[in-house]
Design a protein around this ligand. Structure first.
Ligand code: IFM
Length: 775
């Protein structure tokens, strides 16, 4: 197995939607699902542009399924070369993770047996995020033929809205199921045309009013009999016709420039910018080389390599690939949805996943991307203020589901309308999670300028929200009617995770305020003025932090997940699936575990993960054992966190199982919903489980620490981490660990297996594992 590629070896329409997700190409600015260029019955194509949302014709805002730049049809002697009109003799696709290129080779036969090979290559350029490229080549194997290639842009796109209720147990075949969905229209055509051989398709999102422009340049390979430019109301196409001799190959190279009126660097009209993008490309060779060079730079900072287990190595690279195509370091107005830009799942909405699951990957490998992701929360502060105001509070409260404005976008009901969930109203912890991410970024990068300019207003305005949201109970403060990360339990009081993180948040906000009073008094005065912050508010934050109840049983160290949790009915977990993951006990599902102590995903265990230094090993051991036995892992965020905390408390076997569950969630489709999009939080959790878990890597105020304990099948684990502006290359084995600090400056002292190690710059330092680890 090549750990740098993911391969599809045969055409199976039942697996096609799964591969469409896996084979998404992208560059953070956009993502395009891996559909066949000509599509098939049952295909689910999609191109998603970061930040392009619209609410027209839908109950909640959608990440718009934007015009499709791939669409290409090939005809051989009048027969369409697709998986239904012709016979598929062979089919292979390969996603090259190293360069972000999806290559295809399909061999078709016509009814008379004449064979044709269709080869394509596509990428969304990492070198120029406004550019997408597609190469199409057709070879006639047996006889002369007339070949027509139609390649263009399809602006007639719809989002899936909802599947109407059908009798329970109704199932539709792969070729019918998407047809059953109600659809939403988000785009209105504003014009199509060709000038000097370059086509333009323009449209506007109906509700949010974003202008989109696509420019199309098609270069032919071979001498055509005919070349025609065609424009329709919502499409543009270049059609070329070739007479092919046996063994001859013809084709097209397609360049597509994409621009929108919401791009941060918007200046000229989108159509002009899109046309300029395709005009500056010399040819596909040059565009491919620039793309490959950009990818090489990304991988040199972000690779996470497992030596000795190619299957795991591939899974980790696949995770990193999807993380790299999800983030745009140049756009601080967008974040990453729960399915990245790879599908319509969760309508492209942004959750706490970004701050808690994804951010560490970017922080340690692509800090500019981390900075941009935090920029999104700053950019959406006005929306968060509206959310607070809607709830009768001052300050800012981040929404549970966020899109372009920062206002709450979480639906109240399940998609068929039958179930009510309360995440929108009650999953308040996201606000503290954002504060946590702000502080982590500042700590790891040492970027005080960020902290004092953009971080501080986030911390301050959200802290004042908490002060109002907390209620007095005697001398203490409590947080009633909330939901913690465990979404099986709504309307609970004093969720330990929420309360503890809120206290931490209030303390950090007060500490930053205090620092600014001496280090940045003018900036503090400016923030105080713009936020109408009174001189005593920071004191109120500290007072609230002191009084907020965070219960831990003093005898056993057990943290009660929320008030009364220990009294909920204990329903034992008795069945596990083929991956060793728990099944719902009979009669229980997502909405019917309220009265039980069953837990959907780490809640107390997530707290142990985020604040590892606050809890003794004994407390972590106790709580992990108690809650792990009750956790159903019905979120893809769950297994990786259990792997990490499990390793800290010595549960290595369970950790390997949890790691595998996270690492293969999409490659093995082990939740059965990969077709909706990549579980991007699990991809990031997998990276965390490898580095923080098996690598024992922690970045603390005191510096970097490593205590690797690798699975026996891994020979080495290699990755890099950015720390305070420099990069450390890490190479960990069972018996030794090597470190190289890249860049000028003083030596760093890091802690390896508990001992301090001095690492001078640009020198490989080797550390032998102590006997206790080796044996
Ligand atoms: O944010 C998560 C949540 O924790 C569990 N349900 C899915 C959401 C999006 O990934």
């Amino acid at each position: 197995m090549n750990p740098w590629t993911v391969v599809e070896n045969e055409w199976d329409p039942h697996r096609a939607n799964y591969f469409e997700t896996l084979f998404t190409v992208g560059n953070g600015r956009l993502g395009t699902r891996g559909s066949l260029e000509e599509r098939h019955t049952g295909s689910l194509p999609g191109t998603f542009l970061a930040g392009v949302y619209d609410a027209f014709d839908a109950p909640v805002v959608d990440l718009v399924n934007a015009p499709d730049w791939l669409v290409t049809e090939v005809f051989a002697d009048g027969t369409r070369l697709d998986t239904e009109s012709a016979t598929v003799l062979g089919h292979r696709r390969e996603l090259d993770l190293r360069r972000g290129v999806l290559a295809r080779e399909t061999k078709f036969a016509l009814p008379d047996g004449a064979r044709f090979v269709l080869r394509t290559e596509r990428f969304a350029s990492m070198a120029d995020r406004d550019l997408c490229c597609l190469r199409v080549r057709v070879t006639a194997l047996d006889r002369t033929a007339s070949v027509t290639i139609r390649s263009g842009i399809d602006g007639h796109r719809r989002n899936l809205e909802r599947l109407p209720a059908y009798p329970e147990g109704t199932e539709f075949g792969y070729d019918r199921k998407w047809d059953k969905w109600a659809l939403s229209t988000h785009l209105r055509s504003t014009g199509t045309g060709f000038v000097d051989g370059v086509g333009t398709l323009e449209c506007r999102t109906i509700d949010s009013g974003i202008d989109l422009a696509y420019a199309l340049r098609v270069e032919l390979s071979g001498i055509p009999e005919r070349r025609v430019e065609q424009r329709g109301h919502e499409s543009i196409t270049v059609e070329s016709e070739f007479a092919l001799a046996p063994g001859e190959t013809v084709g097209v190279d397609k360049f597509v420039g994409i621009a929108t009126s919401r791009d941060p660097k918007a200046g000229a009209a989108p159509a002009d910018r899109a046309r300029a993008t395709v005009a500056r490309v010399a040819d596909l060779k040059q565009a491919s080389a620039a793309n490959a060079a950009a990818w090489q730079r990304l991988w040199s900072a972000s690779d996470c390599e497992v030596v000795g287990d190619d299957r795991v190595a591939q899974a980790l690279r696949f995770a990193v690939y999807h993380l790299l195509i999800a983030a745009d370091p140049d756009d601080p107005t967008v974040s990453i949805g729960a399915k990245s830009l790879s599908g319509e799942g969760y309508r492209g909405h942004v959750f706490w996943d970004t701050e808690v699951m994804l951010l560490p990957f970017y922080l340690f490998t692509q800090p500019r991307a981390a900075r941009a992701l935090l920029g999104y929360r700053h950019h959406t502060l006005p929306g968060a203020r509206e959310v607070a105001a809607d709830n009768g509070a001052p300050g800012a409260r981040f929404p549970w589901e966020s899109a372009d404005t920062g206002r709450e976008e979480c639906p109240q009901y399940t998609s068929d309308g039958s179930g009510r969930f309360y995440t929108r109203e009650e999953e308040l912890h996201v606000t503290a999670d954002v504060a946590y991410a702000v502080m982590r970024y500042a700590e790891v990068t040492g970027d005080d300028a960020y902290l004092f300019t953009e971080g501080a207003p986030i911390l301050f305005d959200t802290a004042r929200y908490w002060v109002r949201r907390c209620e007095p109970e005697g001398a203490a403060l409590v947080l009633r009617t909330v939901m913690g990360p465990d979404e099986f339990h709504s309307h609970v009081d004093n969720n330990a995770y929420t309360n503890r993180l809120v206290r931490w948040h209030l303390e950090q906000a007060a500490a930053v305020h205090h620092r600014m009073a001496t280090e940045q008094p003018e900036l503090l005065a400016a923030h105080s003025e713009s936020l109408a912050l009174s001189a005593t508010e920071a004191e109120q934050w500290l007072d609230a932090a002191r009084r907020l109840r965070v219960p831990v049983d003093p005898d056993c160290g057990l943290i009660e997940q929320f008030d009364g949790y220990f009294d909920r009915t204990v329903v034992p977990i008795t069945e596990w699936d083929d991956n060793g993951m728990p099944r719902f006990p009979a009669g229980r599902d997502h909405l019917t575990c309220e009265d039980t102590s069953l837990v959907k995903q780490p809640d107390v265990v997530m707290l142990l993960h985020l604040l590892p230094e606050e809890y003794s090993l004994d407390t972590r051991r106790q709580n992990y054992a108690f809650y792990e036995a009750r956790t159903l892992h019905k979120s893809s965020l769950s297994p990786s966190i259990h792997a990490i905390v499990g390793l800290q408390v010595g549960e290595a076997d369970a950790a390997e199982r949890y790691f595998a569950r996270s690492a293969f969630v999409d490659l093995d489709d082990n939740q059965g919903n990969t077709e909706d999009g990549i579980h991007i939080a699990a991809a990031a959790g997998t990276w965390q489980a490898a580095t923080h878990g098996f690598g024992g890597f922690q970045a603390t105020r005191a510096g970097l620490r490593f205590s690797p304990v690798l699975p026996s099948s891994w020979e080495r684990l290699r990755f890099s981490v950015c720390w305070r502006g420099r990069r450390v290359r890490v190479d960990l084995g069972h018996q030794d660990a090597r470190f190289e600090l890249i860049g000028d400056g003083p030596a760093e002292t890091i802690t390896v297996w508990g001992d301090p190690v001095r690492v001078p710059p640009n020198e490989i330092v080797e550390v032998r594992a102590p006997q206790s680890v080796v044996s």
